[in-house]
Design a protein around this ligand. Structure first.
Ligand SMILES: NC(=O)C1=CN([C@@H]2O[C@H](COP(=O)(O)OP(=O)(O)OC[C@H]3O[C@@H](n4cnc5c(N)ncnc54)[C@H](O)[C@@H]3O)[C@@H](O)[C@H]2O)C=CC1
Ligand SMILES: O=C([O-])C1=[NH+]CCC1
Length: 314
């Protein structure tokens, strides 16, 4: 066990060592199954602590996890700010601390922003593979920030969509993202125009009231609801929440943190890990919502992947 000082792995290094979010898929699938297996799965992950920074419209989330299957121990510290003085600044910033699980010494401090973007999109892709209709052609992304880009990247890598639609409250942001991704993207003037007829919908906004309405959603479509991670924030309306089969990453987190789940009173059908393991059916012919809040163990898997790649090169 070394007494070396911890290494620092910057955002640029994380990008180099983890060039595609899809590299995380096997590790994340195993971790989701282990998480949903309870004590037998060997994932220790308390509900995250979230500290409001009220005068500044911000939050600090503390996300520790240990995965016995990976023998990996991490804590992510993530801040997210609703109202920003400087609108060009990122809304989310994160750092992951990776410890030596044998003795508790700190091995690495990793930029967590790229990790958060990639592991979240990879988990949405896992849900989509299981829950989307069998002949999905049209992808719709609502939001044009960091998560919109990472979701675009992995979804167009993994699935053969014939059309990608993008909507952002600020149209300029959607146009900027569309012109930088290198593939064909239709920027829509309204969320409704983007959603109607779409087979797979991703909501990745900082909205606090619904931006996606059940009456727009094609029966049988699959929705990845990634934003609205506070108990009083919404992205989806009650109609959609109550008429869909609802899959969550963590039941405990959804019932404590998700305004879409808590305020709609929608019933949770399954955790994603249960669907992956086959203990709950996927039901791709139904309208499905995957409510993602983000789990610490996802960061554990991604940070270990990056650290192992860094170690292999050093
Ligand atoms: N489930 C998970 O694991 C994670 C979820 N998130 C959540 O995903 C969402 C997107 O995160 P990022 O892309 O990093 O943020 P970002 O700040 O890069 O992008 C946010 C997007 O939402 C738009 N927006 C802001 N306020 C809006 C409103 N009231 N109505 C409609 N659009 C609005 C912005 O114009 C921008 O396009 C956030 O809610 C964030 O908290 C982020 C990380 C992990
Ligand atoms: O999992 C995560 O890192 C987050 N979920 C919502 C805000 C940040």
């Amino acid at each position: 066990m070394s007494s070396e000082p911890p290494v620092f792995i910057s955002a640029a290094e994380v990008e180099r060592l983890l060039p595609r979010a899809s590299l995380l898929l096997p590790g994340l699938e195993a971790a989701l199954c282990n998480f949903s297996a309870g004590a037998a799965g060997g994932v220790e992950q308390p509900l995250r602590a979230v500290v409001p920074v009220r005068p500044h419209g911000g939050f600090l989330g503390v996300m520790p996890a240990y995965s016995a299957a990976d023998d990996a121990l991490t804590t992510k510290l993530v801040t997210f700010y609703e109202h920003r003085g400087d609108s060009a600044a990122p809304s989310h910033r994160a750092t992951v601390l990776l410890f030596d699980p044998r003795c508790g010494s700190l091995r690495a401090v990793l930029d967590g922003t790229v990790i958060t973007a990639k592991r979240t999109a990879a988990v949405s892709a896992i849900a989509t593979k299981l829950l989307m209709p069998r002949s999905a052609e049209v992808l719709c992304i609502l939001g044009a920030g960091v998560q919109a880009r990472s979701h675009y990247e992995i979804f167009t890598e993994l699935f053969p969509f014939t059309e990608v639609r993008l909507w952002s409250r600020t149209e300029q942001h959607a146009l900027r993202l569309a012109s930088s991704v290198g593939g064909a993207v239709r920027v829509c003037g309204t969320a409704r125009e983007a959603v109607v007829g779409a087979d797979v919908i991703v909501t990745v906004t900082m909205a606090t009231t619904p931006i996606l309405f059940g009456e727009w959603v094609k029966p049988g479509a699959h929705v990845n609801a990634v934003g609205a991670s506070r108990p009083d924030w919404r992205e989806l309306d009650d109609v959609l929440m109550k008429s869909s089969v609802l899959v969550v990453d963590s039941r405990e987190a959804a019932l404590a943190e998700s305004g879409d789940v808590i305020l709609s009173g929608a019933e949770i059908f399954a955790e994603l890990g249960e669907v992956l393991k086959g203990t709950k059916p996927a039901l791709p012919e139904k309208t499905t919502v995957f409510k993602s809040l983000g789990m610490a163990v996802e960061d554990t898997i991604a940070a270990k992947f990056v650290y192992d790649a860094w170690s292999a090169g050093n």
